[in-house]
Write a protein that binds this ligand. Structure first.
Ligand code: CP
Length: 336
């Protein structure tokens, strides 16, 4: 299957057979550890506009294991801050335009990984995924999304790989995605992406959150289309106890309210009503012996209790490991 030269911004840009191909290759990397070096003599830039542990290390390792050289940029730290808006007068505090940066990077590297979180200031800009789309628009080499405002596709592909490993397959699997408490207003990218990937692969998904915390409409609409095409299901609920009944998988994630975008003080007041949405062992007992998932980092005893994170059903470390294998598969597939 030829995916050379493609960008990896969201799993929605790829067909089910293409995603199956990447997962099969990721499993080969994990279990056979092939010695061939498809990135020999090549470099990959990893541009981080935000902090990371797992993504940065697993990407650097993925490039190295494929024989290439990873080059990590701390954008706005020890590398120039970047302007993504086209046509603006750059007399504010961003030093270089994405257009110029990627044209230069294209002379050095064979792909560019980008982490650019939602800024939680301008909903239109975040919903349009404006920063990563600027990289995509201007880059002469493939762009790999390492978490943007709206998507975290490497995470969701690793999540699906983990579920296939543990359950033998995911079609029809009863997966509950639950909002969780958190002391910060986080973006929706991880939830959007897992919702999209799970429905692309035919899972029976229940999304549960307090009414004030809906996901972006376009993610829900796309998930609905995915489910119709894959034979999966998607339902949205606001009662966490009901949503846990019969679940085979519980995926916990916090995200900020679109109703209070960038208005943390207002949202903080609302959140006081939902500290009891923490996932703990008592709630997990109401499930169908569900596996537990989280992308990490996790706020222990705020989002999820110790007794779940330290328990036998926690897959979070498998999810983190599988980032390495899926990213090797993605880089090998995309880079010419
Ligand atoms: N899950 C994830 O992307 O982790 P980091 O933020 O540490 O990269």
């Amino acid at each position: 299957m030829n995916l050379k030269g493609r960008h990896f911004i969201t799993t929605q840009d790829f067909t089910a057979p293409e995603l199956e191909f990447l997962l099969a290759r990721a499993r080969e990397f994990k279990h056979t550890k092939p010695s061939h070096k498809p990135l020999e003599g090549k470099a990959v830039a990893l541009a981080f506009l935000n902090p990371s542990m797992r993504t940065r290390l697993s990407m650097e390792l993925a490039v190295q294991r494929l024989g290439g050289t990873p080059m990590t940029l701390n954008v706005g730290g020890d590398s120039w801050s970047l302007e993504h808006r086209d046509g603006v007068e750059m007399n504010e505090n961003r030093t270089e335009h994405v257009k110029d940066a990627v044209r230069v990077l294209g002379r050095y590297v064979s792909a560019i990984g980008v982490r650019a979180f939602a800024r939680m200031e301008n909903p239109e800009e975040d919903l349009a995924d404006a920063v990563i789309m600027s990289f995509k628009k201007h880059s002469p080499v493939p762009v790999v999304n390492l978490e943007s405002a709206m998507h975290h596709p490497c995470q969701s592909l690793a999540d699906v790989m983990t579920l296939v490993e543990k359950r033998g397959g995911v079609r029809g699997l009863k997966v509950t995605i639950t909002w969780a408490p958190h002391p910060k207003q986080l973006p929706t990218a991880v939830t959007n992406s897992f919702l999209l990937a799970a429905t692309q692969f035919g899972c029976d998904v229940t999304l549960v959150h307090p009414e004030q915390f809906p996901l972006p409409g376009r993610a829900l609409e796309a998930a609905g289309r995915n489910a119709a095409a894959s034979g999966g299901h998607i339902r949205v609920m606001h009662s966490q106890p009901e949503a846990f009944l019969g679940a085979q998988v519980v995926y916990a994630k916090s995200w900020g309210s679109l109703a209070f975008y960038g208005e943390w003080e207002k949202e903080k007041e609302i959140r006081r009503n939902y500290t009891n949405w923490i996932v703990d062992e008592r709630k997990m007992r109401d499930t169908n012996d569900a596996l537990f998932m989280h992308c990490l980092p996790v706020r222990r005893n705020v989002e999820v209790a110790d007794n779940v994170l330290d328990g036998r059903r926690n897959l979070a470390y498998d999810q983190a490991e599988n980032r390495l294998w899926v990213q090797m598969a993605i880089l090998e597939a995309l880079i010419k």
